[in-house]
Ligand binder design. Structure first.
Ligand SMILES: [Zn+2]
Length: 190
């Protein structure tokens, strides 16, 4: 299952296994053998790829017969409007990361002031919107470096960077390597 065309199945498996909280609220994963569903950040044991399935909302997971994990409590019992804003913002970034996104553009879509959105996002995720966006773009680039033959330059623009120097800078910051070194290192692992 592909969540609104944003992620491939393998990408979501990688995210679930890396326990990256950046994807919380964006999708949920369920494990067929245990009947339980979790947030991507949950530190519970990594499930086998064959047993995993994905949902966009906790309601979808419950409808399919899965129970919420006691550890990560993926079904927030009380509706939190602030959390809904954060999740909408994340979802918007995941759908538009390839474009030249600005705080104003995101805030306009969400329907609140840029100042308030920036503060709220930072408080809830301890990341600025800009660093969150770069994080998502670098993760996408890592995935493309591993799984495609696309050139580094193509990947740079494919994931939404406006020029290669900002791509190299963001990539290095997260992985401590250049994209070329990363790709070579990965192919050695195979
Ligand atoms: Zn969990």
């Amino acid at each position: 299952m592909v969540i609104q065309g944003r992620f491939s199945f393998n990408e979501m498996v990688t995210i679930a296994n890396s326990c990256d909280p950046s994807y919380d609220g964006v999708f949920f994963y369920a494990v067929k053998t245990t009947g339980i569903f979790c947030r991507p950040s949950c530190k519970s044991k990594n499930p086998n790829k064959e047993n995993i399935t994905f949902f966009q909302t906790p309601e979808d997971a419950k409808r399919a017969g899965f129970r919420p994990c006691k550890r990560c409590q993926p079904d927030t019992k009380n509706f939190d409007p602030k959390l809904a804003i954060i999740n909408d913002t994340k979802a918007y970034i995941h759908s538009h990361y390839k474009e030249g996104l600005t705080l104003t553009k995101i805030a306009l879509h969400i329907g609140i002031s840029p100042y308030y959105l920036a503060r709220l996002f930072k408080t809830h995720t301890s990341k600025t919107l800009h660093s969150y966006l770069q994080h998502i773009r670098v993760n996408k680039a890592v995935h493309l470096l591993k799984t495609t033959e696309l050139s580094v330059t193509d990947i740079c623009y494919e994931v939404g960077f406006q020029n290669s120097s900002s791509f190299y800078h963001a990539f290095r910051k997260k992985t401590k390597q250049t994209p070329q070194q990363y790709r070579r290192g990965f192919s050695h692992d195979l």
